[in-house]
Design a binder for this molecule. Structure first.
Ligand code: COI
Length: 357
């Protein structure tokens, strides 16, 4: 149990007046959580303080060697005004898997959950009210040793910040256009693809920027070895409905982010009797299915993106217009059910929803 010190700010910021203009991750709440790590002592000094800048040495290791990780989850306002989290323990498990990969000391899962719950409880008035909005929770840890040798840091900061958000894509639940990336790769076997580290996203920016310039929402990454198999989209996992079967790339190569929305969708779909197959899926197979009229749907899943139908997939000269560029029945059912569970309208599986207050 954390002995959490809370310092409240006196001058609370005004809450966003127009929740339809929230966008994603641009506004931050009044307070944040911070805890320090020092080798030989462990994690210490957990506290909630006014949201504000960190003071760091220019030699701070994270600036040079990117020893940093982050997570993403959301708090939802239910109709009775209670505040709910969706499977937060899964984010904390993934946080520690990432920590192990990049030599950051693990955080006690109960302490991490307590920190999230206490911060969200303090900031409950920031959880927006409108349909489709939520409070995005961003836990992150970074290396703070002031030195330039390449070794794991001996000191860290674990922080949590909160941001009221609307939909990640301006398209909302409308289909997005995705470009298949043919030059750059996001992850290779043995690398950090499965981990939620900032470095993965830094490496993806060049492709993302080019895709945006060409009018696409994001890129679809292919595997880093043969450049043949589908991995994931920049901020979401992907699913394809081919001839009634739902296929998503398997996690066994360690190059795909194990999304919590991804696994929740698989569980829901299977409980509804759909066949869901996790396996290697070649891009050529998707194109072939499209040509044969068997590609029924494609959609992405993610905490930020929720369920995002893919209306157009472009790979070189191949332009796949999927499901008439409209949301398909599988994506719609998943969206309705998942958001229904998250906002407390539908009962999910045991333990999926955790009430904060
Ligand atoms: C999330 O879905 O929470 C993510 O972390 C994606 C993010 C990079 C915007």
């Amino acid at each position: 149990m954390l002995d959490l010190k809370i310092t409240k700010r006196k001058d609370l910021k005004p809450k966003p007046a127009d929740e339809s203009k929230l966008g994603f991750g641009r506004i931050f709440t009044d307070h944040m959580f911070i805890m320090n790590y020092t080798e030989g002592i462990g994690w210490h000094d957990p506290r909630i303080v006014p949201y504000g800048p960190f003071e760091l040495e220019p030699s701070c290791m994270v600036f040079h060697y990117a020893q940093e990780m982050f997570e993403g989850l959301k708090a939802y306002r239910a109709a009775d005004n209670s505040i709910l989290l969706f499977r937060p323990q899964k984010n904390i498990e993934r946080m520690n898997r990432t920590n192990r990969r990049i030599c950051i000391p693990e955080v006690n899962p109960d302490d991490a959950l307590q920190a999230i719950m206490e911060l969200v409880k303090l900031e409950r008035d920031w959880v927006p009210h409108s349909e489709g909005t939520s409070l995005y929770i961003r836990p992150f840890i970074f290396a703070t040793d002031p030195q330039l040798g390449v070794h794991p840091s001996k000191t860290y900061i674990f922080a949590i910040i909160l941001s009221p958000v609307g939909s990640y894509y301006p398209e909302g639940i409308n289909p997005v256009k995705i470009l298949v990336e043919t030059e750059y790769v996001r992850a290779v076997r043995g690398g950090t693809g499965f981990a939620k580290v900032g470095g993965n996203y830094a490496a993806s920016l060049i492709a993302q920027a080019e895709a945006e310039r060409l009018g696409f929402a994001q890129v679809l990454w292919l595997d880093g070895i043969e450049h043949k198999y589908i991995d994931e989209v920049g901020s979401m996992n992907v699913f394809f409905v081919i001839d009634g079967e739902i296929i998503t790339p398997s996690l066994d190569q360690g190059n795909i982010l194990p999304g919590i929305t991804r696994s929740s969708c698989i569980e829901l779909l299977r409980s509804w009797g759909y066949t869901v197959t996790e396996r290697k899926l070649a891009l050529s197979e998707v194109i072939e299915a499209y040509r044969n009229g068997k590609l029924d749907e494609a959609f992405g899943t993610g905490t930020a993106a929720v369920i995002s139908p893919i209306g157009e997939l472009v790979s070189g000269d191949d332009r796949l217009v999927i499901g008439d560029n409209k949301i398909g029945p599988v994506a719609q059912k998943l969206y309705d059910t998942l958001t229904g569970i998250q906002w407390g309208r539908i009962k999910g599986f045991e333990g999926w929803v955790v009430k904060v207050c």
